[in-house]
Design a protein. Structure first.
Ligand code: CDP
Length: 223
């Protein structure tokens, strides 16, 4: 495909802080439109798991970047394969979540994952969720959404999600982790978490998933 063709494929970006509901909402919007879906956080989480497995300190940029560059990452639906190994469960632990925001602050890691993310852009369209989808990865997106919710609601959602997946979880510790992670994501020098210029903002604290999905689809129909 030519660069022009790629640039005309419609993209919807959904960025926002941890556990704001981006993943569920983005996957449903993609399903309703028949679009592809990119969970960019899963790639940073996989990089985190790789660094934990290899015992690489997230501060050790050269080793970390070399490892991430050599990773063979594949997403197949909900499954994530890293060098052929299914890491779908391993990337969802809280430890991987905390480590992911540390490795995500390293510029070389972000650069190493850029082409992989852009490769998800295929006809008939893409819904991409993360922190910098609208600001850095797909600045040409037709619709940019910034999805938030209060910290307590987000911690409660994450708690429920972890318990449902069979992990143990403590609400106070989750709230603390989440606030620390958001702070790190917002204050980093490269691709910080921020609403893209022109992004539509939506606070999901008191909305259901269906309401958020419908709102995004209405915005997209007008975009
Ligand atoms: O599941 P949760 O919303 O907590 O996080 P995630 O979307 O799986 O992303 C995990 C971490 O990866 C985030 O805390 C960010 O530090 C990082 N990330 C990023 O920097 N840029 C992205 N586009 C997506 C995730």
């Amino acid at each position: 495909m030519t660069v022009m063709t790629v640039m005309t494929i419609p993209v919807i970006t959904i960025d926002g802080p941890s556990a704001s509901g981006k993943g569920t909402v983005a996957a449903r919007v993609a399903e309703r439109l028949g679009f592809h879906y990119l969970d960019s956080g899963a790639l940073y989480r996989a990089a985190a798991v790789a660094s934990i497995h290899a015992g690489i300190d997230p501060q050790d940029e050269p080793r970390l970047v070399e490892r991430v560059r050599s990773l063979q990452l594949r997403c197949a639906g909900e499954r994530v394969l890293m060098d052929g190994e299914d890491v779908s469960a391993a990337i969802r632990t809280e430890e991987a979540g905390v480590r992911s925001s540390q490795v995500a602050a390293v510029p070389g890691v972000r650069a190493a994952l850029l082409d992989l993310q852009r490769g998800f852009l295929q006809a008939p369209g893409l819904v991409a969720d993360g922190r910098d989808m609208g600001t850095v990865v797909f600045p040409q997106a037709r619709l940019k959404v910034f999805l938030t919710a209060s910290a307590l609601i987000r911690a409660q959602r994450r708690h429920k999600q972890l318990i449902e997946k069979g992990f143990s979880a403590n609400l106070d510790a989750l709230l603390r982790d989440l606030q620390e992670r958001d702070e790190r994501d917002r204050s980093r020098a490269v691709a910080p978490l921020a609403a893209a210029p022109g992004a539509r903002e939506i606070d999901s604290s008191t909305l259901t998933i269906v309401q958020v999905v419908d709102q995004i689809l209405r915005w997209y129909a007008q975009a």
